[in-house]
Design a protein around this ligand. Structure first.
Ligand SMILES: NC(=O)c1ccc[n+]([C@@H]2O[C@H](COP(=O)([O-])OP(=O)(O)OC[C@H]3O[C@@H](n4cnc5c(N)ncnc54)[C@H](OP(=O)(O)O)[C@@H]3O)[C@@H](O)[C@H]2O)c1
Length: 277
């Protein structure tokens, strides 16, 4: 990445995951500044990772200090604080800084409105597997973002997984699939674990059976050139036990259920964008 200094404003779960990815990719902690709300978080990041860390608890200018000389500013605060934080640092940004926000539901136009005109904005939607370098991140350009900005944001999120560049009109929909998706997968794991316990397995053994099955199936899918449908059919002998189970699952119309669930998530993201609590 052709960037000398990166600032991360809000370095919690997601900001912290991306920070870890950047460090793992070989970027020196000396070239990264971060900010947090609490002194305890800033001290931990400085002590454990060696980055320059500022806390709002230590001074209202923490975010301004963090963006000093940065060419790329990643916004990792909760959505409700994004515009406030950006307005606060607007006058401290370098010329032509790139701002990349991971906040759900805050459009690039709203961010552009509080920033100088030479500052480009990218909106991104990563997911929690970023913590283990297996994220899927959607990246969407705002009206002032150049090709370089999109390429730089892509490289930034490739440090924690794979990237899909898309139009901003699609980013909320992406959020309902890959952003929320890990929760759907964990929910399925929880339900299959309950079924394992129903069949008499201990908590420990049920977790082993189900977790290893999800991991194994996911790794098999990635390693194979077959589609999920082809791999499912490989497990499903005609007239066998799996076929009976799949026939019963199909009666519940899981496809329709996932469409309804993701539509519900999309409706909620529109409510959040309108400022509804
Ligand atoms: N988690 C996800 O799955 C996910 C996925 C996609 C996008 N996102 C987006 O990521 C953003 C952060 O979510 P998160 O789950 O990482 O939240 P989080 O763990 O609560 O992290 C928020 C961070 O912001 C810091 N902070 C709070 N107020 C601040 C301020 N005024 N200035 C600077 N830093 C401040 C907090 O400091 P302390 O550490 O001192 O509390 C913390 O480090 C959200 O906008 C969310 O929409 C999250």
């Amino acid at each position: 990445m052709n960037i000398e200094r990166i600032a991360i404003l809000g370095t919690g779960s997601m900001g912290g995951a991306i920070l870890a990815g950047l460090l793992k990719s070989g970027i020196s902690p000396n070239n990264i500044s971060v900010s947090t709300k609490t002194t305890a978080s800033a001290e931990r990041l400085a002590d454990e990772l060696g980055v320059l860390a500022f806390a709002m608890e230590d001074g209202d200018d923490a975010n301004q200090m963090a963006v000093a000389n940065a060419q790329l500013v990643l916004i990792g605060v909760k959505p409700a604080y994004v515009l406030e934080v950006l307005a606060d640092v607007a006058d401290s940004l370098n010329d032509n800084t790139l701002v990349v926000s991971v906040a759900a539901g805050v459009p690039t136009a709203a961010m552009e409105a509080v920033l100088p005109e030479d500052v480009g904005v990218i909106r991104a939607m990563p997911n929690t597997p970023a913590i283990v370098g297996r994220a899927l991140t959607g990246v969407a350009a705002g009206s002032r973002a150049t090709d370089w900005a999109v390429e730089t944001a892509t490289q930034l999120f490739e440090t924690v997984g794979q990237v899909l560049v898309l139009d901003e009109s699609q980013i909320d929909a992406l959020g309902t699939i890959s952003g929320s998706g890990p929760a759907y997968v964990f929910y399925l794991i929880e339900q299959l674990t309950k079924a394992a316990k129903h069949h008499g397995f201990s908590d420990r053994d049920a977790a082993l059976l189900v977790n290893q099955t999800f991991l194994g199936a996911a790794e098999l899918l990635v390693a194979s050139d077959k589609t999920p449908e082809q791999l499912r059919k490989q497990v499903t002998s005609p007239n066998g036990t799996t076929e009976r189970a799949i026939a019963r699952l199909a009666q519940t119309d899981l496809e329709g259920m996932f469409i309804e669930a993701t539509e519900a998530a999309l409706a909620r993201s529109r409510e959040l964008a309108e400022g509804k609590a």
